[in-house]
Write a protein that binds this ligand. Structure first.
Ligand code: NAP
Length: 367
């Protein structure tokens, strides 16, 4: 990998958002409108939206639509129409796989939220504070696929919250088994998402699209070890059960964990508090001062309404660290699903790639 340059690009880099009209696409727009390193120049979505001004095409979900974006014409998700060198993808999984490959083949760096390429063995699945070294897989990907660009994925919204909360504990005590039950916000289902009459006053213990399998596989990949140009998934077992709950934003994960070296709750809290983000010195614009905040067991439990926005949505809050009668420990983690679990995760990945000197300011001419 190229050595870190530890700094901002000489000029803001043009970026585009694919799937810009959806729930995650809108979060990208919020995070990118005043970004110090990137300038949002293009938005793209389906044929239903293409050719219309963004203000008409998008059903804006909260607050005011940024005026600079309202005026942009929505483009088709086509590499000849969208020209930015960095492309953030919030595309529906039904189309993301092929579209993202087209952009990567054309020399663009694609930062994706979609599930399609996450488990490809040459695609880095990255949380910068946990496994930024997995970005070395980009070299394998570019060599194997003869691409000038590439695809970097972030995990499923619940898998990111779980993996970030557990990373310091896995490093210190080595996970052996994990049972996790999630309580996932409705914004995780996109817009318009779950019908209100299905979810108000209700809990739905099912989320389609292989949500449980995604958590079980992706957490192990993100906490895996890079061996040369490949990543070996962590060897612990994971059993996930997911629930959709009537919460607007913020996924909560209730976990029971067994370790190779059994820690006391105090040991675990100390390991979480003493852990230092390996990217803290890079001063990336979207990196929160504290990626993990631990609440004392007797303080109060983590909860989405109070904790999802912590660190501008980029901090995961951990609490209720206590003994488990069957395994070693129980704990709860809560994080913002469309920020740390989606758009914010991609933007932070892009910032790390810029700091590592891996981003071209323009796509290759004629590519
Ligand atoms: P969403 O609200 O349903 O938005 C989907 C976007 O994809 C829209 O912009 C839509 O454009 C576009 N799209 C649909 N069909 C298309 C086509 N045939 N060609 C081009 N664009 C098309 O979904 P979302 O929640 O934002 O999720 C976006 C992606 O992120 C999904 O892959 C999802 O699994 C993933 N993700 C979501 C979350 C979350 O918390 N919501 C978290 C992590 C990952 P139109 O408006 O023009 O139809």
């Amino acid at each position: 990998m190229t050595a870190p340059t530890n700094g901002a690009p000489p000029a803001p880099i043009p970026v585009a958002v694919l799937g810009a009209t959806g729930a995650v696409g809108q979060t990208f727009i919020r995070l990118l409108v005043d970004h110090p390193w990137f300038v949002l120049t293009e938005v793209a979505a389906s044929e239903r939206s293409a050719g219309r001004p963004y203000a008409e095409a998008a059903r804006w979900i909260g607050g005011d639509m940024p005026p600079a974006v309202a005026e942009l014409d929505v483009l088709p998700c086509d590499a000849t129409a969208v020209r930015a060198p960095i492309v953030f993808s919030a595309l529906d999984a039904s189309v993301a796989g092929e579209a993202e490959q087209t952009f990567a083949r054309d020399g663009r760096l694609v930062l994706t939220n979609a599930r399609n390429h996450r488990m490809d063995d040459d695609v880095p699945l990255v949380i910068p504070e946990v496994n930024g070294d997995h970005l070395a897989l980009l070299d394998t990907q570019q060599a194997r696929r003869a691409w000038h660009g590439g695809i970097v994925a972030n995990g499923n919204c619940a898998a990111i919250v779980v993996a970030l909360a557990l990373a310091p504990l896995h490093r210190a005590f080595t996970l052996r088994r994990l049972f996790v039950t999630t309580l996932q916000a409705v914004s995780g289902a996109g817009y318009p998402g779950v019908p209100s009459l299905d979810i108000l006053g209700n809990v739905i213990p099912y989320i389609g699209g292989g949500e449980e399998e995604k958590i079980e596989q992706e957490v192990r990949k993100m906490l895996g070890t890079r061996e040369g140009a490949a990543v070996r998934a962590a060897a612990f077992g994971v059993s996930a059960q997911v629930n959709r709950v009537p919460v607007e934003h913020g996924h909560t994960a209730c976990m029971a964990v067994e370790f190779e070296r059994s820690p006391s709750p105090a040991d675990a809290v100390a390991a979480l508090r003493e852990w230092r983000s390996p990217i803290a010195d890079l001063a990336l614009p979207s990196a929160p001062a504290s990626p993990i905040v631990v609440l004392e067991a007797d303080e109060r439990p983590p909860q989405p309404r109070r904790d999802a926005d912590r660190g501008r949505g980029m901090t995961v809050t951990v609490g209720r660290v206590r003994p488990d009668p069957l395994l070693d420990l129980r704990l709860v983690a809560c994080g913002h699903n469309t920020v740390r679990g989606a758009a914010g995760a991609s933007v932070l990945n892009a910032e790390l790639l810029v700091a590592l000197g891996r981003v071209r300011a323009q796509p290759p001419a004629g590519a």
